[in-house]
Design a protein around this ligand. Sequence first.
Ligand code: SME
Length: 158
Amino acid sequence: MAEDLKIITGSKEEQYQALMPQINALIYGEEDLIANLGNITAALKEQFHFFWVGFYLVKNDELVLGPFQGPVACTRISKGRGVCGKSWEGEKIFIVPDVNSFPGHIACSSLSKSEIVLPISRNGIVIGVLDVDSEFLHHFDEIDSVYLSQILNLIAFD
Ligand code: SME
C-alpha cells in the first residue's frame, strides 16, 4: 500500500475501524518484526495523537524498550515492576485511569496521566507488551482494549 495513512475523524470506534485494515495492509507480507512494530506505533500515534505508544519486548528475562513513538522512555523494566511489568507477570491487560493511583507505576514522564498496557502472548508465553500513554486522565477503555488486542493478533512473532 502507499505509505500514507488515511486519518479519519469520528468516534474512537470509527477511528479504530478505519485504522485496522490500514495497519493490516502496512504489515501484510512484511516479515521484519521491528519494521512492523515501528509502523504500528507510527500509525497509532498519527491517528490518535497518543502521548506515547510503544512496545517492550522480553529479552533475557527483562522488558527492553522496542519501537515507539513519543518522548524518550525507560529502557528496561523487570517482571512485576510498573504497569508493564505487572502486565507481563500476570499476562493481563491493565487499563489505568490515573497512573498516580497505581502502586509502583513507573513515571517515564510526569506528563503521562493514564495508560493501557496489553501483554503479547504466543503459545502461553508473554513475549512483550504494548504500552499506550495519554496526558489525559481516564483516556482508555474497553474499546481500546478490544482493538489494540486485535492489532496485536495481526503481528507474527516467529
Ligand atoms: N509507565 C510504564 C513504564 C513505561 S512508560 O510509561 C513508557 C509502567 O509503569 O510500566
